[in-house]
Design a binder for this molecule. Sequence first.
Ligand code: UN1
Length: 512
Amino acid sequence: RRKEPALTAESLASDIADILGRFGVAPSRYSGVGRTIASPITGEGLGTVADSTPAAVEAAIARAADAFRAWRLVPAPRRGEFVRLIGEELRAAKADLGRVVTLEVGKVPSEGEGEVQEMIDICDFAVGLSRQLQGLAIPSERPDHRLMEQWHPAGVVGVITAFNFPVAVWSWNAALALVCGDPVLWKPSEKTPLTALAVEALVARAAARFGGVPDGLVQVVTGGREVGAALVDDPRIAVVSATGSTRMGRVVGERVARRFGRAILELGGNNASIVTPSADLDLAVRAIAFGAMGTAGQRCTTLRRLFVHDTIYDALVPRLAAVYRTVSVGNPLAGPVLVGPLVDAAAGAAMDGALAAARALGAAVTGGEAVAAPGAAGGCYRRPALVEMPAQQGPMLEETFAPILYVLRYGDFAEAIELQNAVVQGLSSSIFTTDFREAEGFLSAAGSDCGIANVNMGTSGAEIGGAFGGEKETGGGRESGSDAWKGYMRRMTSAINYGRSLPLAQGVRFDV
Ligand code: UN1
């Protein structure tokens, strides 16, 4: 069905307009007066999207608050049926929506489609969950009493997402929020509103099939920081789920806390892997390559630090360097490549700056240079960089959103764990070992301090079934699977007296 690879600005723009048109997005939404949305592939415009005005944001919040009053009364399994229909629309649109992700974010096609698969998966998960939002029945200490808890919808959920997973992260939040009884108001990254408009249209299709979805249940508002701030500060928004930098999350967390709202924060990562003497190096090389170079290093879970035991350093690191020298980098539309563009020139400059800082500290760098991509001169392409560091310092302590892997030797296992935990971020981590003491030690309370800790695999590419998020400056939030749904509901504890007397708890006497 696909035409020849679209390489000119006009053909990219018409490609995306074609898909959005088929989804039913009104052309005025992506081709009127507004911000120009550039494709990272060519640096040229895909369309224009107007920022929501303050009045429009206010109206959207009000509509969402109204929708809450109705949606919270719909039985949860019925709410699940709506999410099931969203999942169906996503299945049918997987190739097209994946293509929109590729055009707007520059992801290689399999990763663009993989992101849509992640949305489908969380919809399936949420459908099942819609029949399992269970509370507890708790033994009461008083005779003829029952103690129980229920989970009720929390209210409107504001979802602020980043450019790098422009649709999957929304779906982790939205699929749960919708079955939990909460309307969803989405502010996508100002770099990626087109994917959001595409998803909004697919949700509208599902809503039409469902019938009776309250107006304002799922909405998109577009724009920059001010639009996000309007959601963050509004007491009608019960939960603010924000993904992005630690700098952004600190502001969001403080402002939501000031009004006693609830924030779910998924912020920076500086993820590490440890390679021990017993590791399967073939497996480790592939896992490290995908973790560090996949998505051009622009995942919050990207592998950024590697600690390699002295005794295997010379067996592993030259092999990795060979991969870094040869991995295919280029225009993801022009042919199969593993590494596509960085999101924009600023990301390239940040990468260059981090590499310069590492070199100044004495690092040896393989790769990192600009790559010319035929037919995509305006895109920002960089060969991933493998950076052998003399010590863990400087840029190695920061998250630079680019494909840079800092490598350091270690001597003993305890030192490796200490190095891995010695950063402010705490998202993901992994160990390569066939020694069960090391594997279990890494997963123990004295091991990795991250929200995610894997064995014999990389740091990225989490499945939706687990709770996703991290500790320390990663923000502490959990989204997606396991019991992350509880973040989208309020807990009600109830004691019920079915007797004829009034025994007080703790044996207190109060006889009036
Ligand atoms: C992100 O980069 O914000 O675990 C999310 C992963 C993906 C999600 C990444 N499932 O790498």
